[in-house]
Ligand binder design. Sequence first.
Ligand SMILES: Nc1ncnc2c1ncn2[C@@H]1O[C@H](COP(=O)(O)OP(=O)(O)OP(=O)(O)O)[C@@H](O)[C@H]1O
Ligand SMILES: [Mg+2]
Length: 324
Amino acid sequence: MAKQLLEVRDLHTYFHGTPAVKAVRGVDLEVGAGETLGVVGESGSGKSVMAQSIMRLIQPTDGAIRQGQILFDGEDLVKVSTERMRAIRGNKIAMIFQEPMTSLNPVIRIGEQIAEVVRLHRRLSRPEAFDFAVDMLRKVRIADPERRAREYPHELSGGMRQRVMIAMGLACNPQLIIADEPTTALDVTIQAQILDLILDMQQQTGAAVLLITHDLGVVAETAQRVAVMYAGQVVEYAGVAELFAAPLHPYSQGLIASVPQVDGEMTASRMLPAIPGTVPSPTALPVGCAFQDRCQFAFDRCRSEPPPLVEKSVSHSARCWLHV
Ligand SMILES: Nc1ncnc2c1ncn2[C@@H]1O[C@H](COP(=O)(O)OP(=O)(O)OP(=O)(O)O)[C@@H](O)[C@H]1O
Ligand SMILES: [Mg+2]
C-alpha cells in the first residue's frame, strides 16, 4: 500500500487514575494527501483524545500515549522532541476546535494573533505579518478584513471567530488539518458555510483533512473514507459509499438505520441518533466486545473475547465477531 501522509498505528492513550482511564485503546487509521477522513462516534468514544494525541496535546499531568505510532510524513510524532513537535504543530498540522473562543486570546486583536502564529514559523517583520493576517482574513471571506483585524475576539460573531481560527490554522499552509467538530457550536446555515470554507481551502492547498463530527450527513458529503469509533477503538473503517450502503458493525448499522432519509437523501436532521444504552466507561470496560450490552446479536464469544479489526475487503474493515 502507498505510504500515507498520516498513519496512526495501534495508538493507546490513557489518563492517570486507579484504574487508568483507557480513552483510546488501539486506534489504527490513515489519511492520504488531499484526502478527507471522517471520524464519527458518540460522545466519549475517544475522538478528541485521539486528535489531541496526534497533536501531542495530552498534558503529562493528565495522561500519556502508552503505545503505538503516529507516522506523519515518515516521522513518528510519538517519539519526536518537544521542539520538533512545536515546529510541526501549527505549521504542518493545524487543528481547528469546536469552540474558538477558548483558543483565542481575548485581550489581543485578532490580526495580531494571526500575525503572531505566522511569525512563529516564518521570518516576516511585524507589519508584513500583519498584512499577511489581513490577507488570510480575506481568504476566509471575512468582510472588511482591515477593520476586523483590529478588533478583539468578543467583537466578532461565533461564525466569524471560527473563520479566524481557520485563518490562523491555515496561515502556514499545513499538510494536514484536524477539525474537531468545527461547526457544532454554530447555527445550521453558518455550519454549512464554515464546512464549505474548510473544503475550499483544502482544495486550494491540497491539504489532508481529518474531520471529527457527529453529523453523518457531513461525512457523506465531504469525506472519502470514514472511521466509526466506539469506546476508544475504530469499530468500522470503510469508504463512505460502502459504509452507508452496507455497514457491517451493529453499531454502525444502528447509526445509519436511524438516519432519516428522504428519497435516499439525508435530511437536515442527521446528527448521530440515540441508540439505546450508553458507551461503557473507559475505567470499567467489559471483558470481550465493548458494544456487547447494546448489541442485539451478541453471543458467548462477544462476552469473553475482544474482537479484532478484520479486513473484509481492501477498503472495508470491521471489529465484530459476526464478521471474521
Ligand atoms: N483530561 C482527561 N482526564 C481524564 N479523562 C479524560 C480526559 N479527557 C478525556 N477524558 C475521557 O476520555 C474519554 C474520551 O473522551 P473524548 O473527549 O475523546 O470523547 P469524544 O469522542 O471526543 O466525545 P465528544 O463527542 O463528546 O467530543 C471520555 O471518557 C472522557 O471522559
Ligand atoms: Mg470530542
